[in-house]
Write a protein that binds this ligand. Structure first.
Ligand SMILES: NC(=O)c1ccc[n+]([C@@H]2O[C@H](COP(=O)([O-])OP(=O)(O)OC[C@H]3O[C@@H](n4cnc5c(N)ncnc54)[C@H](O)[C@@H]3O)[C@@H](O)[C@H]2O)c1
Length: 287
C-alpha cells in the first residue's frame, strides 16, 4: 500500500492538471504550483472542465466531482509544497528549468523520505536527481495524455534511485491511481517515446515533402492500421512544442537521424502553431 497522502504537482498544463485530477479523484490532498496567477487560473479551469466532462459522461457523480475539486488547491509559491510526501513535476520540457525546480524542491520539501518525481518525457532522471541532495528519492513517473483516460505509467529509475523509492512509486501508481506500470531504464524517451517520436517525425517529413496530405496520412493510419488517431492529429494533441523538445532530447542522447526534428516542426513551433492547446497545428481548432 502507498503512504502518500499529501501530493504536490508542479505545473498545471495539459499533464499537470490531469495528474492533479487523478490524484484528487483518488481522495488525496493535492497542491499545484504554477508560475503565475494567470497560469494557475488556466490550470484550474482545465481541471474543472475535465471533471465536468467526467460527470456528464456518467463516470463521476456530482458529489465526486465536488470532492475532487475541493481536494486541489493552487499556489504560485513553491514553498507551499513543504509538507508534501510526493511531488510530481510536470512543468514544460526544458532541462534547465526542471533542474532549477528540483534544486528548489530539495530545499523546500521538509520530509526527508519524500519522493521527488518528474513527468518528463525525455530528460534523463539522473540529471534531475543530481540537482538534489537525495538522488535516491528521485524517479520518473511518466503519465500519458489524457491522464484520466490513459492507463499507462512508465516508471523510470536512474542509476541512483533506491529500491524503496521504486516500490513506493509503483504502489502509488498501481494501487492508488490504478494505472498499468511498465519500467524503463534511464534513457531519453524511455520506452514509449523512443518508439513513438520517430513515427511522428516520419509523418511530418512525409507531409513536408509533399508525399501526402495531413488528412491522407492520418486516414491511412486510422483506417489501415486501426490506430485510434493519426500521427498528425496525435502530434497536435501532444503539443508541437513538447514533441520538438522530446525529439531534441532524443537526438542529443542518441545522435540518430531518425530523432532529428524536421525543419517544418521547428518553424511551426516558432510560429506558435502548437496544436490543440494554441488552437492551430496541423489542423485548425479555432471555433
Ligand atoms: N503533452 C503530452 O502529451 C505529454 C505526455 C507525457 C509527458 N509530458 C511531459 O509533461 C510535462 C508537461 O507537459 P505539458 O504537455 O503539460 O505542457 P504544457 O505546456 O501544457 O504545460 C506546462 C505548464 O508548466 C508551467 N510551468 C512552467 N514553468 C513552471 C515552473 N517553474 N513552476 C510551475 N509551473 C511551471 C507552465 O505555466 C504550463 O502551464 C513535460 O515535461 C512533457 O514532456 C507531456
Amino acid at each position: 500500500m502507498s503512504d502518500f497522502q499529501r501530493i504536490g504537482v508542479v505545473g498545471s498544463g495539459l499533464m499537470g492538471s490531469g495528474i492533479a485530477e487523478v490524484c484528487a479523484r483518488a481522495g488525496l490532498d493535492v497542491i499545484v504550483r504554477e508560475i503565475d496567477a494567470g497560469a494557475a487560473e488556466a490550470g484550474q479551469k482545465r481541471l474543472t472542465k475535465s471533471l465536468d466532462r467526467g460527470m456528464s459522461s456518467g463516470k463521476l457523480t456530482e458529489a465526486e466531482r465536488d470532492a475532487a475539486l475541493g481536494g486541489v488547491s493552487f499556489t504560485t509559491d513553491l514553498g507551499d509544497l513543504a509538507d508534501r510526501q510526493l511531488v510530481i513535476e510536470a512543468a514544460v520540457e526544458d532541462e534547465t528549468l526542471k533542474v532549477g525546480i528540483f534544486k528548489e524542491l530539495d530545499k523546500v520539501v521538509v520530509d526527508e523520505r519524500a519522493v521527488l518525481a518528474s513527468n518528463t518525457s525525455s530528460i534523463p532522471i539522473m540529471k534531475l536527481g543530481i540537482a538534489t541532495a537525495r538522488p535516491e528519492q528521485v524517479i520518473g513517473i511518466h503519465f500519458f495524455n489524457p491522464v484520466p483516460v490513459l492507463r499507462l505509467v512508465e516508471l523510470v529509475t536512474s542509476l541512483m534511485t533506491s529500491p524503496e523509492t521504486v516500490a513506493a512509486a509503483d504502489a502509488f501508481a498501481t494501487d492508488v491511481l490504478h494505472k498499468q506500470v511498465i519500467r524503463s531504464k534511464d534513457r531519453a524517451g524511455f520506452v514509449v517515446n523512443a518508439l513513438l517520436i520517430p513515427y511522428l517525425l516520419s509523418a511530418i517529413r512525409m507531409m513536408e515533402s509533399g508525399f501526402a496530405t495531413a488528412e491522407d496520412i492520418d486516414t491511412g493510419m486510422v483506417e489501415g492500421c486501426n490506430h485510434p488517431m493519426g500521427p498528425l492529429h496525435l502530434t497536435d494533441l501532444i503539443g508541437l512544442d513538447t514533441t520538438l523538445a522530446v525529439a531534441q532530447s532524443l537526438y542529443e542522447e542518441f545522435k540518430e537521424p531518425l530523432y532529428a526534428p524536421p525543419p517544418m516542426l521547428s518553424r511551426m513551433v516558432e510560429a506558435g502553431l502548437l496544436g490543440r492547446k494554441s488552437g492551430r497545428g496541423f489542423y485548425d481548432y479555432a471555433r
